[in-house]
Design a protein around this ligand. Structure first.
Ligand SMILES: [Zn+2]
Length: 190
């Protein structure tokens, strides 16, 4: 039975590490916006939400701490929110990561992709993970050290001016969040 508790991790800590830098925003700051808006949307759907941070918070620099918080939370899902970055400003698109091998998170990730295609069709779904981004390996820590189904979402590229603009747009954020919430609902129904 799904606990209806969702743990939301706004990527990076915003105090020590801002994450990737865009022209007008930081990854940590943008993901805090997504996380707060996701929290509100999930609460409106009668989920309980636990957040790894509620603003810049150096404790989140320690991913072991974040995972411990999550593992002690009773959460049935773990969602880590990130923005991607690459040297070339043309790199673009949406990625969702799970830990290697078949897990329950694969179903959740598939549901997220399907809903993002419906609610935010301007995002290209990136199925291949070949082009490099430094924070991927570190962030995957949260997928292998959490006990519940866990996904790490790279919403879009902060290094791409168009996508950075999208992520700064509340209506874009609302559609991405709608997609994630729909996936949570569907996952909870399985
Ligand atoms: Zn990141």
């Amino acid at each position: 039975m799904f606990s209806r508790i969702v743990f939301v991790n706004a990527g990076h800590d915003g105090a020590v590490d801002p994450g990737a830098l865009g022209a007008m925003s930081t990854e940590a700051g943008l993901m805090m916006l997504f996380a707060e808006e996701l929290q509100a949307a999930l609460i409106a759907r009668a989920y309980q939400v636990l957040m790894s941070r509620s603003g810049p918070d150096a404790s989140n620099y320690d991913l072991a701490y974040v995972c411990e918080l999550a593992n002690n939370s009773g959460a049935g899902l773990f969602i880590s929110l990130h923005a991607n970055s690459f040297a070339s400003p043309s790199a673009h698109g949406f990625e969702v990561w799970t830990s290697p091998g078949p897990t329950k998170a694969d179903l959740f990730a598939d549901l997220i992709v399907r809903n993002v295609q419906a609610f935010a069709p301007e995002l290209t779904i990136r199925a291949d993970k070949s082009d490099g981004d430094d924070d991927k390996e570190g962030n995957l820590y949260v997928l292998t050290h959490t006990l519940m189904p866990a996904v790490l979402i790279e919403i879009a590229f902060i290094s791409n001016p168009q996508e950075e603009m999208w992520m700064n747009d509340p209506t874009f954020r609302a559609r991405v969040i709608e997609a994630i919430c729909a996936a949570v609902d569907q996952f909870a129904g399985f």
